[in-house]
Design a protein around this ligand. Structure first.
Ligand code: GLU
Length: 310
Protein backbone atom coordinates (compact mmCIF):
# COMPACT_ATOMS: atom_id res chain seq x y z
CA UNK A 1 0.00 0.00 0.00
CA UNK A 2 1.22 3.48 -0.83
CA UNK A 3 0.40 6.41 1.36
CA UNK A 4 -0.57 9.42 -0.71
CA UNK A 5 0.43 12.96 0.10
CA UNK A 6 -2.60 15.11 0.64
CA UNK A 7 -2.20 18.74 -0.22
CA UNK A 8 -3.98 19.76 2.95
CA UNK A 9 -3.68 18.01 6.30
CA UNK A 10 -6.58 15.65 6.88
CA UNK A 11 -7.60 17.54 10.03
CA UNK A 12 -8.56 20.52 7.88
CA UNK A 13 -10.21 18.47 5.13
CA UNK A 14 -13.86 19.45 4.70
CA UNK A 15 -16.69 16.92 4.69
CA UNK A 16 -17.34 17.77 1.06
CA UNK A 17 -14.76 18.62 -1.56
CA UNK A 18 -15.89 18.47 -5.17
CA UNK A 19 -14.20 19.37 -8.43
CA UNK A 20 -14.65 20.13 -12.10
CA UNK A 21 -11.99 18.60 -14.31
CA UNK A 22 -12.28 19.61 -17.98
CA UNK A 23 -9.97 18.22 -20.66
CA UNK A 24 -8.99 21.27 -22.72
CA UNK A 25 -9.29 19.62 -26.12
CA UNK A 26 -11.78 22.29 -27.21
CA UNK A 27 -13.60 25.33 -25.82
CA UNK A 28 -16.19 25.02 -23.05
CA UNK A 29 -19.49 23.89 -24.62
CA UNK A 30 -22.97 23.23 -23.25
CA UNK A 31 -22.08 19.68 -22.16
CA UNK A 32 -19.06 20.76 -20.12
CA UNK A 33 -21.03 23.72 -18.71
CA UNK A 34 -23.62 21.26 -17.38
CA UNK A 35 -20.89 19.26 -15.58
CA UNK A 36 -19.32 22.45 -14.21
CA UNK A 37 -22.65 23.75 -12.95
CA UNK A 38 -23.85 20.47 -11.43
CA UNK A 39 -20.58 19.80 -9.61
CA UNK A 40 -20.27 23.39 -8.36
CA UNK A 41 -23.85 23.82 -7.17
CA UNK A 42 -23.88 20.48 -5.36
CA UNK A 43 -20.60 21.36 -3.60
CA UNK A 44 -21.91 24.79 -2.55
CA UNK A 45 -25.31 23.40 -1.49
CA UNK A 46 -23.48 20.95 0.78
CA UNK A 47 -21.29 23.71 2.26
CA UNK A 48 -18.30 22.19 0.51
CA UNK A 49 -15.29 23.30 -1.49
CA UNK A 50 -15.12 23.16 -5.27
CA UNK A 51 -11.78 22.75 -7.01
CA UNK A 52 -10.79 23.18 -10.63
CA UNK A 53 -8.39 20.84 -12.40
CA UNK A 54 -7.25 21.12 -15.99
CA UNK A 55 -6.95 17.57 -17.32
CA UNK A 56 -4.29 18.23 -19.93
CA UNK A 57 -2.49 14.92 -19.37
CA UNK A 58 -2.89 14.19 -23.09
CA UNK A 59 -0.67 17.17 -23.88
CA UNK A 60 -0.62 17.03 -27.70
CA UNK A 61 -4.43 17.30 -27.75
CA UNK A 62 -4.62 20.03 -25.08
CA UNK A 63 -3.24 23.39 -26.22
CA UNK A 64 -2.51 25.86 -23.43
CA UNK A 65 -4.58 28.55 -25.22
CA UNK A 66 -7.66 26.30 -25.05
CA UNK A 67 -7.21 25.76 -21.31
CA UNK A 68 -6.86 29.52 -20.79
CA UNK A 69 -10.01 30.08 -22.83
CA UNK A 70 -11.92 27.59 -20.64
CA UNK A 71 -10.75 29.38 -17.47
CA UNK A 72 -11.83 32.77 -18.87
CA UNK A 73 -15.22 31.41 -19.92
CA UNK A 74 -15.82 29.84 -16.50
CA UNK A 75 -15.01 33.18 -14.88
CA UNK A 76 -17.31 35.03 -17.26
CA UNK A 77 -20.06 32.56 -16.33
CA UNK A 78 -19.60 33.47 -12.65
CA UNK A 79 -17.81 30.32 -11.44
CA UNK A 80 -15.49 30.81 -8.46
CA UNK A 81 -13.26 27.89 -7.51
CA UNK A 82 -11.32 27.31 -4.31
CA UNK A 83 -7.53 27.36 -4.32
CA UNK A 84 -5.23 27.13 -7.31
CA UNK A 85 -6.01 25.34 -10.54
CA UNK A 86 -4.27 21.95 -10.72
CA UNK A 87 -2.64 21.17 -14.09
CA UNK A 88 -2.14 17.50 -14.93
CA UNK A 89 0.68 18.36 -17.33
CA UNK A 90 2.73 19.43 -14.27
CA UNK A 91 2.16 16.20 -12.35
CA UNK A 92 4.04 13.67 -14.45
CA UNK A 93 6.56 12.95 -11.70
CA UNK A 94 3.77 12.09 -9.30
CA UNK A 95 2.12 9.76 -11.83
CA UNK A 96 5.47 8.07 -12.44
CA UNK A 97 5.97 7.62 -8.70
CA UNK A 98 2.60 5.88 -8.43
CA UNK A 99 3.29 3.69 -11.44
CA UNK A 100 6.58 2.66 -9.83
CA UNK A 101 4.80 1.79 -6.58
CA UNK A 102 2.33 -0.34 -8.51
CA UNK A 103 5.25 -2.00 -10.27
CA UNK A 104 6.79 -2.76 -6.88
CA UNK A 105 3.56 -4.55 -5.96
CA UNK A 106 3.60 -6.57 -9.21
CA UNK A 107 0.38 -4.80 -10.24
CA UNK A 108 1.54 -3.49 -13.62
CA UNK A 109 3.29 -5.04 -16.58
CA UNK A 110 4.70 -3.86 -19.90
CA UNK A 111 2.67 -4.59 -23.01
CA UNK A 112 3.90 -4.88 -26.59
CA UNK A 113 0.52 -5.07 -28.31
CA UNK A 114 -0.28 -2.58 -31.05
CA UNK A 115 -3.71 -1.13 -31.67
CA UNK A 116 -3.98 -3.24 -34.79
CA UNK A 117 -3.20 -6.44 -32.87
CA UNK A 118 -6.05 -5.66 -30.47
CA UNK A 119 -8.54 -4.70 -33.18
CA UNK A 120 -10.21 -8.13 -33.15
CA UNK A 121 -10.76 -8.36 -29.41
CA UNK A 122 -14.17 -7.88 -27.88
CA UNK A 123 -15.52 -4.35 -27.37
CA UNK A 124 -15.85 -2.89 -23.87
CA UNK A 125 -18.90 -0.74 -22.88
CA UNK A 126 -16.97 2.46 -23.66
CA UNK A 127 -16.05 1.28 -27.16
CA UNK A 128 -12.45 0.36 -26.27
CA UNK A 129 -11.19 -3.18 -26.75
CA UNK A 130 -11.19 -5.65 -23.86
CA UNK A 131 -7.54 -6.55 -23.39
CA UNK A 132 -7.13 -10.28 -24.02
CA UNK A 133 -4.13 -10.56 -21.68
CA UNK A 134 -1.53 -11.29 -24.36
CA UNK A 135 1.44 -9.80 -22.42
CA UNK A 136 0.19 -10.58 -18.92
CA UNK A 137 2.75 -13.33 -18.31
CA UNK A 138 5.59 -11.51 -20.07
CA UNK A 139 6.49 -9.79 -23.31
CA UNK A 140 6.64 -12.02 -26.38
CA UNK A 141 10.33 -12.66 -27.23
CA UNK A 142 11.96 -9.82 -29.11
CA UNK A 143 9.02 -7.44 -28.73
CA UNK A 144 9.64 -4.07 -27.04
CA UNK A 145 7.39 -2.69 -24.29
CA UNK A 146 5.00 -0.05 -25.62
CA UNK A 147 2.51 0.62 -22.82
CA UNK A 148 2.11 -0.35 -19.17
CA UNK A 149 -1.08 -2.04 -17.99
CA UNK A 150 -2.71 -2.59 -14.62
CA UNK A 151 -3.36 -6.23 -13.78
CA UNK A 152 -7.06 -6.41 -12.78
CA UNK A 153 -8.57 -9.11 -10.60
CA UNK A 154 -11.51 -11.19 -11.78
CA UNK A 155 -13.95 -9.53 -9.40
CA UNK A 156 -17.08 -7.47 -9.63
CA UNK A 157 -16.57 -3.81 -8.70
CA UNK A 158 -19.75 -1.97 -7.75
CA UNK A 159 -20.81 1.40 -6.39
CA UNK A 160 -24.01 3.28 -5.66
CA UNK A 161 -24.18 6.29 -7.91
CA UNK A 162 -26.23 9.09 -6.42
CA UNK A 163 -28.07 9.72 -9.70
CA UNK A 164 -27.68 6.55 -11.77
CA UNK A 165 -28.17 4.00 -8.97
CA UNK A 166 -26.22 0.77 -8.56
CA UNK A 167 -23.51 0.12 -11.13
CA UNK A 168 -21.51 -3.13 -11.28
CA UNK A 169 -18.69 -4.08 -13.58
CA UNK A 170 -16.71 -7.32 -13.91
CA UNK A 171 -13.37 -5.74 -14.71
CA UNK A 172 -11.59 -8.80 -16.09
CA UNK A 173 -14.50 -9.64 -18.39
CA UNK A 174 -15.72 -6.14 -19.32
CA UNK A 175 -12.47 -4.17 -19.56
CA UNK A 176 -9.41 -6.38 -19.03
CA UNK A 177 -6.04 -5.11 -17.86
CA UNK A 178 -6.06 -1.42 -18.71
CA UNK A 179 -3.38 1.03 -19.77
CA UNK A 180 -1.79 3.38 -17.21
CA UNK A 181 1.15 4.56 -19.32
CA UNK A 182 0.41 4.86 -23.01
CA UNK A 183 2.57 3.81 -25.94
CA UNK A 184 3.16 7.50 -26.79
CA UNK A 185 4.72 8.08 -23.36
CA UNK A 186 1.80 10.01 -21.83
CA UNK A 187 0.06 8.79 -18.70
CA UNK A 188 -3.50 7.54 -19.13
CA UNK A 189 -6.50 9.47 -17.85
CA UNK A 190 -7.41 6.62 -15.43
CA UNK A 191 -4.15 6.93 -13.50
CA UNK A 192 -4.09 10.74 -13.54
CA UNK A 193 -7.67 11.11 -12.34
CA UNK A 194 -7.22 8.66 -9.46
CA UNK A 195 -3.95 10.27 -8.39
CA UNK A 196 -5.43 13.77 -8.55
CA UNK A 197 -8.74 13.00 -6.85
CA UNK A 198 -6.76 11.36 -4.00
CA UNK A 199 -4.06 14.03 -3.71
CA UNK A 200 -6.64 16.83 -3.82
CA UNK A 201 -8.73 15.11 -1.13
CA UNK A 202 -11.83 14.97 -3.36
CA UNK A 203 -14.73 13.44 -1.42
CA UNK A 204 -17.47 13.75 -4.08
CA UNK A 205 -17.19 13.40 -7.84
CA UNK A 206 -20.03 14.91 -9.89
CA UNK A 207 -19.40 14.53 -13.64
CA UNK A 208 -20.95 13.37 -16.90
CA UNK A 209 -22.32 9.85 -17.26
CA UNK A 210 -19.95 9.22 -20.18
CA UNK A 211 -17.50 8.38 -17.38
CA UNK A 212 -19.80 5.92 -15.61
CA UNK A 213 -18.06 3.00 -17.30
CA UNK A 214 -14.64 4.28 -16.14
CA UNK A 215 -15.61 4.49 -12.49
CA UNK A 216 -15.13 0.79 -11.64
CA UNK A 217 -11.60 0.99 -13.06
CA UNK A 218 -10.91 4.04 -10.92
CA UNK A 219 -12.29 2.37 -7.79
CA UNK A 220 -10.16 -0.71 -8.42
CA UNK A 221 -7.08 1.47 -8.87
CA UNK A 222 -7.92 3.36 -5.65
CA UNK A 223 -7.97 -0.01 -3.83
CA UNK A 224 -4.62 -0.98 -5.34
CA UNK A 225 -3.11 2.33 -4.16
CA UNK A 226 -4.83 2.24 -0.76
CA UNK A 227 -6.54 5.62 -1.20
CA UNK A 228 -10.17 6.50 -0.36
CA UNK A 229 -13.00 6.13 -2.88
CA UNK A 230 -15.06 9.32 -3.30
CA UNK A 231 -18.85 9.28 -3.63
CA UNK A 232 -20.00 9.44 -7.26
CA UNK A 233 -22.89 11.17 -9.03
CA UNK A 234 -23.03 10.98 -12.82
CA UNK A 235 -25.10 13.65 -14.56
CA UNK A 236 -26.93 12.90 -17.82
CA UNK A 237 -24.71 13.49 -20.82
CA UNK A 238 -25.91 16.14 -23.25
CA UNK A 239 -26.60 14.68 -26.69
CA UNK A 240 -27.62 16.40 -29.93
CA UNK A 241 -30.47 15.45 -32.26
CA UNK A 242 -28.23 12.73 -33.78
CA UNK A 243 -27.77 11.20 -30.32
CA UNK A 244 -24.10 12.24 -30.26
CA UNK A 245 -22.36 13.57 -27.16
CA UNK A 246 -21.57 17.26 -27.55
CA UNK A 247 -17.86 17.66 -28.17
CA UNK A 248 -15.35 19.35 -30.40
CA UNK A 249 -15.73 16.41 -32.82
CA UNK A 250 -19.51 16.90 -33.05
CA UNK A 251 -18.94 20.66 -33.53
CA UNK A 252 -20.58 21.76 -30.28
CA UNK A 253 -20.64 25.57 -30.24
CA UNK A 254 -18.52 27.37 -27.62
CA UNK A 255 -20.34 29.05 -24.72
CA UNK A 256 -21.02 32.74 -25.28
CA UNK A 257 -18.82 34.32 -22.62
CA UNK A 258 -20.22 37.81 -23.28
CA UNK A 259 -23.82 37.10 -22.31
CA UNK A 260 -23.87 33.64 -20.73
CA UNK A 261 -27.08 34.00 -18.64
CA UNK A 262 -29.48 32.36 -21.16
CA UNK A 263 -27.11 29.38 -21.54
CA UNK A 264 -26.67 29.06 -17.77
CA UNK A 265 -30.47 29.02 -17.41
CA UNK A 266 -30.70 26.36 -20.12
CA UNK A 267 -28.08 24.28 -18.28
CA UNK A 268 -30.07 24.59 -15.05
CA UNK A 269 -33.23 23.45 -16.85
CA UNK A 270 -31.32 20.55 -18.41
CA UNK A 271 -30.44 19.53 -14.84
CA UNK A 272 -34.13 19.52 -13.84
CA UNK A 273 -34.10 22.89 -12.06
CA UNK A 274 -36.69 25.63 -12.78
CA UNK A 275 -35.05 29.05 -12.95
CA UNK A 276 -37.51 31.91 -13.61
CA UNK A 277 -37.32 33.21 -17.20
CA UNK A 278 -36.34 36.73 -16.09
CA UNK A 279 -32.96 35.39 -14.90
CA UNK A 280 -32.01 35.02 -18.55
CA UNK A 281 -31.84 38.82 -18.74
CA UNK A 282 -30.48 39.37 -15.22
CA UNK A 283 -26.81 39.82 -14.24
CA UNK A 284 -25.01 36.51 -13.82
CA UNK A 285 -24.52 37.17 -10.08
CA UNK A 286 -28.30 37.21 -9.61
CA UNK A 287 -28.63 33.93 -11.44
CA UNK A 288 -26.05 32.38 -9.10
CA UNK A 289 -27.88 33.63 -6.02
CA UNK A 290 -31.03 31.94 -7.27
CA UNK A 291 -29.21 28.75 -8.28
CA UNK A 292 -27.40 28.39 -4.95
CA UNK A 293 -30.62 28.87 -3.04
CA UNK A 294 -32.72 26.48 -5.15
CA UNK A 295 -30.33 23.76 -6.35
CA UNK A 296 -31.75 20.29 -5.74
CA UNK A 297 -29.73 17.31 -6.99
CA UNK A 298 -32.78 15.06 -6.49
CA UNK A 299 -34.38 16.81 -9.50
CA UNK A 300 -31.61 15.84 -11.92
CA UNK A 301 -33.08 13.37 -14.47
CA UNK A 302 -31.92 9.81 -13.76
CA UNK A 303 -30.79 9.27 -17.32
CA UNK A 304 -27.43 8.49 -18.86
CA UNK A 305 -28.10 10.75 -21.83
CA UNK A 306 -30.54 13.56 -22.47
CA UNK A 307 -31.30 15.48 -25.63
CA UNK A 308 -30.63 19.21 -25.73
CA UNK A 309 -31.84 21.35 -28.60
CA UNK A 310 -30.60 24.95 -28.34
N1 GLU B 1 -11.49 15.35 -18.07
C1 GLU B 1 -12.70 14.61 -18.23
C2 GLU B 1 -13.54 15.25 -19.31
O1 GLU B 1 -13.38 16.43 -19.62
C3 GLU B 1 -13.49 14.55 -16.95
C4 GLU B 1 -12.86 13.68 -15.97
C5 GLU B 1 -13.60 13.51 -14.66
O2 GLU B 1 -14.45 14.36 -14.33
O3 GLU B 1 -13.28 12.56 -13.98
O4 GLU B 1 -14.39 14.57 -19.87
Amino acid sequence: MVSMRLMLPSTSAPAYRGRFAPSPTGPLHFGSLVAALGSCLEARARGGEWLLRIEDVDEPRCPRATADDILRTLEACGFAWDGDVLWQSRRKERYRELLESLNGMGRVYPCACTRRELADSQLAPDGAHVYPGTCREGLPPGRPARAWRLRVDDISVGFDDFIQGRVEQRLARDVGDFVLLRADGYFAYQLAVVADDADQGITHVVRGADLLDSTARQIFLQHCLGVPTPAYAHLPVVVNAQGEKLSKQTLAPAIDAVSPAPTLCAALRFLGQSPPAELERAPVAELWTWARAHWDMARVPRRRTLLYLP
